[in-house]
Design a protein around this ligand. Sequence first.
Ligand code: 6GU
Length: 246
Amino acid sequence: MKIKILTLFPNMLEGILKESILKRAIEKGVCSVELIDMRQYSLDKHHHVDDTPYGGGAGMVLACDVVDRAITAHRTAQSFKILMTPQGRPFQQTIAKELASKEELILICGHYEGFDERIRSYVDDEISIGDYVLTGGELAAAVICDSVIRLLDNAIRKESSEDDSFSDGLLEYPQYTRPVEYKGCTVPEVLLNGNHKLIREFRLKESLRKTILRRPDLLKNRNLTKEEERLLSMLQAELAADKNNA
Ligand code: 6GU
């Protein structure tokens, strides 16, 4: 996969591509990430990329001609072009999976107070990473890159991403490593005795517990298996009993 990021601040993204899993994925050739400074597509002798808004008002607006030239110079027949904007589709794991199947992504980062509305017609999709305001799309593009690249074949062990929170609609079960006891807190017994059937059931139950306690909204839109239904009723009985004892 090829990811191209059109930005006015390429340095904001450089660091995250040079560390850890993303760095290794790029070195292994799992994907390539190209940072493109949109300023080079300004025809203005001072390389301006923004201007004051028609109709007046505060702030500067990213100009459509600069973005158009940058996209035109870098798109191919395979490009899926995404505008990073708080007005876009709320990003989630299902969208990360969708994007991971594309051959090429172009992420366009606005900055300043806004961008010319005509830019919307140059892209295939618009994505927001949540209901809060960032100063620009760069951090959002970093989030997209990270979540998409780790899903690509050979970026990480396949089982690691299959167990992710959200990947099957539940939060991930709790994990432990050595020591078996630390400051009086111990690792659940079932994880120590190597009974894989019991361990699997424990993990599914704890996934359900986390999800119902922290994100009950995730369970509403999900069809439960017979086993999950059984574990969930057990859990609900336990939680009700806990409540009565408290
Ligand atoms: Cl994609 N851009 C900006 N500027 N702010 C955001 C965002 C994107 N997603 C959430 N907030």
